[in-house]
Write a protein that binds this ligand. Structure first.
Ligand code: MRU
Length: 360
């Protein structure tokens, strides 16, 4: 289904949603926004894995919830007539889904939670299929509720009239609904704090210029798009009071993996004594990794960097090559505090994250 973006409000639907009538997973195709608002439907978990790799859906929490529903599809697709057979099919599907993108821990977190649900269940394969759908819906509903809690905690940090910098897209589109760092910004706006947002355009895929700007338009938040390399200028000239970002994985010591460019932003914020806050559901914290050095960084196709055109022609010379890491690591020493659904966690993160992150 394709709709014009004119007059479309994002909350026409959640970013991803289960359609009870068709038993399919539906999602907004984020590659097309803001020009086109299209909803794609999936009945095959393999297609969902590809949608995650191709970034039809993106943002750590949205990827996690999509993978959870993809396992529901895998259960529907499985011809197994007994529980061991179905569990084996689900394990295979989870392995494939988990490989779709490496950096966001929410993917593995959601899949592990879904598989745990299958481990202790008794009954028929259809009972297990039904239980998986309930669990995936729970993951999706909890995501929205958690985001709203983080938004309240984060918005309390913002004073009226402040200007904040935001990197990438962490809004309703990056989650099931509402958003993490952008959810904080939206909450502060709804509280009447009269804030202004500098939106990092976020090369190379331009999630800021395309998706964050599109969301802010609809919330009525005042903003300007800036090129990523302008952030240091705005920070050093006293024009920014706070920085809010999301995260794809946070190590046990508080090191933060997030969209490429976050590290340089954090360095500039630190040098200018501007507070830097990742807004992070505890499902994004990976206590199994002692430091950010152990986080796998996805490197994507060079075309994402090279496919930039001027007057319809490639900008770079024929034969140019590029490197395209999708994320970087911000060391915890540059992080002022981490906003979670249980409150604002301050350093030292190694001990303080342990107080809030639930362990299985
Ligand atoms: O490559 P993307 O667009 O999936 O990267 C998204 C980010 O880096 C976000 O900041 C992160 O996933 C948190 S979204 C709530």
């Amino acid at each position: 289904m394709t709709l014009s973006t004119e007059g479309v409000f994002w909350c026409v639907m959640r970013t991803i949603a289960w359609n009870e009538q068709t038993a399919q997973l539906e999602m907004i195709d984020q590659r097309l926004l803001p020009g086109e608002y299209a909803i794609v439907s999936y009945s095959d978990y393999n297609q969902v894995a590809k949608a995650i790799t191709d970034m039809v859906v993106r943002g750590a929490p949205a990827i996690g919830a999509s993978a959870a529903f993809a396992l529901v599809l895998a259960a529907q697709q499985s011809a197994a007539s007994d529980l061991p057979g179905l569990r084996a099919d689900l394990k295979r599907a989870a392995e494939k889904l988990n490989a779709a993108r490496p950096t966001a821990v929410n993917l593995g977190w959601a899949l592990a939670r879904m598989l745990r649900r299958t481990a202790d269940l008794e009954g028929s394969p259809d009972d297990l299929r039904a239980a998986l759908l309930v669990e995936a819906q729970k993951i999706a509903d909890e995501d929205v509720e958690i985001n709203k809690r983080m938004a309240e905690y984060g918005a309390a940090l913002i004073r009226p009239g402040e200007t904040v910098i935001h990197h990438c897209n962490t809004g309703a589109l990056a989650t099931v609904d509402w958003g993490t760092a952008l959810g904080v910004i939206r909450m502060a706006h709804e509280q009447g704090k009269n804030i202004h947002v500098l939106v990092d355009e976020t090369r190379p895929r331009l999630q800021g210029a395309r998706l964050t700007a599109w969301e802010l338009e609809q919330y009525g938040v005042s903003y300007d798009i800036i090129s990523d390399n302008a952030a240091g200028y705005f920070l050093s000239t006293g024009q920014v009071q706070r920085v809010f970002v999301g995260a794809d994985r946070v190590a046990a010591n508080g090191d933060v993996a997030n969209k490429i460019g976050t590290y340089m932003l954090a360095l500039a914020a630190h040098d200018n004594e501007v507070p830097f806050y990742p807004v992070v559901p505890t499902s994004t914290v990976d206590l199994s990794l002692a430091s950010g050095k152990l986080i796998e960084i996805e490197e994507r196709n060079e075309d994402e960097v090279l496919n930039i055109q001027r007057d319809g022609k490639p900008l770079s010379p024929a034969g140019a090559t590029a490197r395209n890491p999708a994320f970087d690591i911000t060391p915890h020493r540059l992080v002022t505090a981490i906003v979670t659904e249980y409150g604002v966690v301050e350093p030292p993160f190694t001990s303080n994250l342990l107080q809030v992150v639930p362990r299985e």
